[in-house]
Design a protein around this ligand. Structure first.
Ligand SMILES: *Cc1c(COP(=O)(O)O)cnc(C)c1O
Length: 436
């Protein structure tokens, strides 16, 4: 439903920030619903769910190490480094107090993006469930059995579908095809050509849809569930994706320990997460809150043209409203974030956990991309640079909460980049340079 001007005026009267959001101004919103000590009581998941998810990753690790050579070194565990980005920090015009790190999910094996966490997890748990139900697997077995001809034949009778702007399709497509599933990826028109090409190369069926991401999801959902042996990975409402993402928090905790970075009341961490439907930032925020409680402050970042989670949370309307309802076009170069309607599952959980959201213009994403490349030689896709603006955007929040900026550690979550073809990356970089 597209609101009339009168409706929009009413909304703006109730939520004055909406005026700037609709005018596509970069905004910073502090979440009035953030709760202190929000561990788990009122949430649909528990810490135990998260720990069980981590155990599933470990069961599959021997299979992943055998099938994906790039995971051999980590014994089949899909994880990324936490890198200090001091050189980047020193070039910023607004000085940043505290340490600045990059969580390099652009380097995640197999999918080259944060979708290697949620997407691969959801397909693995589905495959495990099917195999156990069929009586061909127990949780104590050696999971390299998933590489066998017998297992691949078994999975070839099942199909998996997913709607995606690109990266989720890549992760689901690659892992599903490897397991032997028939896999269908429904993509929006703005998905990058190289992503479609790569998927077809891997034996994935790619269907393209004119128009918005939500149309690709809706058609994919309908076509997939029409097959009794079909399973739809639903980015707009998935608990499994969410759990897969949440495990990142347990891993980050270990990395912070190893680097002797204290996290306590005097030394809070600030985490900046690029946000599309809200699944990956929501899952990671959920996990971090389980681990660090009030000592972690999580912020989502959306493009000025796709502030779907911001509008959902700000108005309390959650997934019932889209950016288009408010006359916002959902057109952004940040294809990983080009989402007009938030996830219902993730957004409900994030409501009491996320500290705030800021929006950012596409041109700034390109500029950050070029600066990071020049200073640290790290190359990200445009969506993935959004968190790098975090430290300068949250200063008013720090002041309000009486947080001493000197003692903080900032972590920008770099959500993708490694699979981007060199020629595309070069044009991203050139664009950023030309804007600086
Ligand atoms: C998917 C994606 C995100 C956001 O994740 P959501 O679950 O859609 O919120 C951020 N960055 C990149 C590169 C992505 O592919």
């Amino acid at each position: 439903m597209v609101y009339s001007q009168k409706d929009i005026n009413d909304w703006q009267h109730r939520y004055p920030l909406l005026k700037d959001i609709i005018e596509l101004e970069p905004v910073f919103w502090i979440n009035p619903n953030l709760k202190k000590n929000e561990a788990s009581a009122s949430l649909p998941l528990t810490r135990e769910d998260m720990e069980k998810a981590e155990l599933l990753w470990h069961r599959f690790a021997p299979f992943l190490a055998a099938e994906f050579p790039e995971t051999k070194e980590s014994n089949g565990i899909i994880e990324s480094p936490l890198a200090n980005i001091d050189k980047f920090k020193r070039t910023l015009s607004t000085p940043v107090e505290g340490e600045f790190y990059l969580k390099c999910d652009n380097e995640l094996p197999i999918a080259g993006s944060i979708k290697a966490r949620g997407g691969i997890y959801e397909v693995l748990q589905h495959a495990e469930t099917l195999a156990i139900e069929a009586g061909i697997l127990t949780k104590d077995d050696d999971y390299t059995a998933f590489s066998s001809k017998e297992f691949k034949e078994f999975f070839s009778q099942f199909s998996i579908g997913v709607g995606s702007t690109g990266n989720l399709g890549l992760s689901i497509g690659i892992i599903s095809a490897k397991l032997g599933f028939n896999v269908f990826v429904y993509m929006s028109a703005d998905a990058k050509q190289w992503k479609k090409d790569l998927l077809r190369e891997k034996g994935v069926n790619v269907h393209e849809f004119e128009g918005d991401f939500s149309i690709a999801i809706a058609s994919g959902r309908e076509k997939t569930i029409a097959d009794p042996k079909g399973y739809f990975v639903d980015d707009e409402d998935s608990k499994h994706l969410f759990l897969g993402y949440s495990v990142a928090a347990l891993r980050l905790q270990k990395q912070l320990d190893q680097k002797k970075i204290a996290v306590d009341e005097e030394h809070p961490i600030f985490v900046y997460l690029p946000c599309g439907v809200g699944g990956s930032p929501g899952g990671i925020t959920y996990g971090l809150k389980q681990v660090f409680g009030d000592n972690v402050h999580c912020f989502f970042v959306e493009p000025t043209h796709s502030p779907s989670v911001l509008i959902g949370l700000l108005t309390g309307e959650m997934e019932r409203v889209s950016v288009q309802d408010f006359g916002i076009d959902n057109r952004t170069e940040a294809d990983g974030l080009a989402v007009g309607r938030p996830s219902s599952f993730a957004t409900a959980v994030s409501d009491n956990l996320v500290s705030g959201i800021y929006t950012i213009e596409d041109n700034d994403l390109y500029k950050l991309l070029a600066i990071l490349a020049d200073t640290e030689e790290i190359f990200l896709e445009p969506s993935a640079t959004a968190g790098l603006a975090g430290p300068e955007r949250v200063l008013s929040y720090m002041e309000k909460k009486n947080i001493n900026a000197k003692n903080t550690t900032h972590i920008a979550w770099a959500t993708g980049g490694d699979l981007v073809p060199e020629s595309d990356m070069k044009s991203f970089y050139d664009k950023g340079k030309s804007l600086l």
